[in-house]
Design a protein around this ligand. Structure first.
Ligand SMILES: C[S@@+](CC[C@H](N)C(=O)[O-])C[C@H]1O[C@@H](n2cnc3c(N)ncnc32)[C@H](O)[C@@H]1O
Length: 293
């Protein structure tokens, strides 16, 4: 079985894979290389690339979201215990699928326990996956105290444990280095032939519409500019990078934020479908940017 993302995650890149593939220089199909994904999220690109490029000799992933990277660590090192817990909770949750009051009680109890953050890592990861599968639209949102505050979703019998996939992901992660910090920390893991895929929180298309908060920390325009400086450093060090972001110019032709910021690099516009958006009318086609050096 092919491994695929084990979470629903805003900005999941499954729809963009063909376009990303088109941007990978042919030198990476023959020689061995290091792959680094500093904003890994649910890992759509990671799983695809690890299963498509057997010549990857080293892979490093990172995300600032500790709840998320804990899941990666657990799946890598303790997948059987995780599966056992999720299977048990799935049985319990499905057994009350016709009783909305009991389901709510069950969900909010798990959410409360998750937010105490006192459980050991495997339980905490199982709680995270449970909440992701049962909450409203698979959203991740925390308040200032880092408390997950998404309400229950309306799924009748959601799949909570996809055992074959978790096992496949675990196998794939065996040799992957997992980091939990700022994206800039990944630079020291690069080597001679390195490809970076950078998928930061997208710049919102309007002040109110888009959702780009995955962690307590905001990713605002000054963060987008800091990331560009990181791309400059990668370029100066001879590393190849591919970066995705929203196409603010597609929405407002006068908005040249990324066209100006990345003017010395290659800016490609591709069509993609957004999968997580609370407003169904905004789930349509949009152009996105794939920028490379
Ligand atoms: C657009 S998502 C990545 C989506 C991913 N490519 C996928 O397919 O699911 C952006 C990710 O960047 C992470 N992030 C935000 N700020 C960060 C930072 N300063 N350093 C590293 N990761 C960060 C978020 O937690 C989030 O998971």
């Amino acid at each position: 079985m092919k491994a695929k993302p084990f979470l629903k995650w805003a900005g999941g890149k499954t729809q963009l894979i063909e376009d990303i593939k088109g941007q990978i220089p042919s030198t990476f199909t023959s020689k061995s290389f290091t792959f680094i994904e500093p904003f890994v999220g649910s890992g759509a690109v990671l799983f695809w690339i690890l299963q498509s490029y057997p010549n990857i000799k080293k892979a490093i992933i990172n995300d600032i979201n500790t709840d998320l990277t804990n899941c990666y660590f657990t799946i890598k090192d303790n997948v059987l215990d995780l599966i056992e817990m999720l299977e048990f909770w799935e049985l319990e949750y499905h057994s009350i699928s016709n009783d909305d009051i009991k389901k709510k009680e069950y969900y909010y109890q798990k959410r409360e326990l998750f937010n105490t953050r006192v459980s050991q890592q495997t339980i905490q990861s199982a709680l995270f996956i449970f909440l992701n599968r049962t909450c409203f639209n698979g959203l991740y949102r925390v308040n200032r105290n880092n408390e997950f505050n998404v309400p229950i979703g309306s799924y009748k019998k959601p799949q909570i444990c996809n055992k074959p996939n978790l096992l496949a992901v675990s196998k794939l992660l065996k040799d992957v280095i997992i980091l939990n910090g700022d994206y800039s920390d990944t630079l020291s893991y690069s080597s001679e032939n390195t490809l970076f895929y950078l998928d930061p929180p997208y710049k919102p298309l309007s002040n109110t519409s888009s959702f780009n908060s995955y962690a307590k920390e905001e990713f605002d325009d000054s963060e987008q500019i800091r990331l560009k400086h990181f791309c400059d450093t990668l370029n100066e060090n001879g590393h190849q990078w591919i970066l995705s972001n929203s196409d603010v110019k597609g929405k407002d032709p006068k908005d040249n934020f990324f066209d100006d910021l990345y003017s010395e690099f290659k800016i490609n516009r591709v069509t993609a479908r957004r999968s997580i958006n609370a407003n169904p009318s905004k789930r349509g086609k949009l152009t996105e940017l794939l920028i490379t050096n």
